[in-house]
Design a protein around this ligand. Sequence first.
Ligand code: GRF
Length: 189
Amino acid sequence: VKAAVFASGTGSNFQALLETDNLQCEIALLVCDNPHAAVIDKASAYKIPVFAFNPKSFSSKAAFEERIVERLQKAGISWIFLAGYMRLVGPTLLEAFNNKIINIHPSLLPEFPGKDAIGQAYHSGVRETGVTIHYVDEGMDTGPIIAQESIEVLNEDTERSLKEKIQQVEHQLYPKVINQLLQQSEGLI
Ligand code: GRF
């Protein structure tokens, strides 16, 4: 089974997936909407093919998503894992990969959707936050939830220490949930 990771930034989750020994799929492509993102260097280091594009050189979201779908189909990709892809997925991709697009988000959704979820949670003073893995729909972090893991916010936590704790959980939880999904979907065939 082949999967693509979509990421726009640093790529620590991408790297965690690549370093998971028992991942039940092959990460066969990185899709990146920022040709200068650090995640591209990570893909090169691991010899993962990259499809990088600049959205501004396309006339619309549908136009670049059509190109992405072409590239995914050519590579035989059946799952898409978003890991810091800072962009809403549109109908072109959602229809081509129905129920096969998953996202990881650093809060207990539906709390703190969107950008800087860790900072939002930290500054709101909640005592608990966490990580959510969910199916992607056309909304911003709104699709059906698959798994959540909570993290206590301690008095001594800083925004930075909270971020580190969340990242540690993310790097464990994403591969685990992906393996569960892959097993379930094989069982259905
Ligand atoms: C992660 O916190 C993920 O939950 C969110 O974007 C961040 C990506 O971080 N969607 P990285 O690029 O994987 O380090």
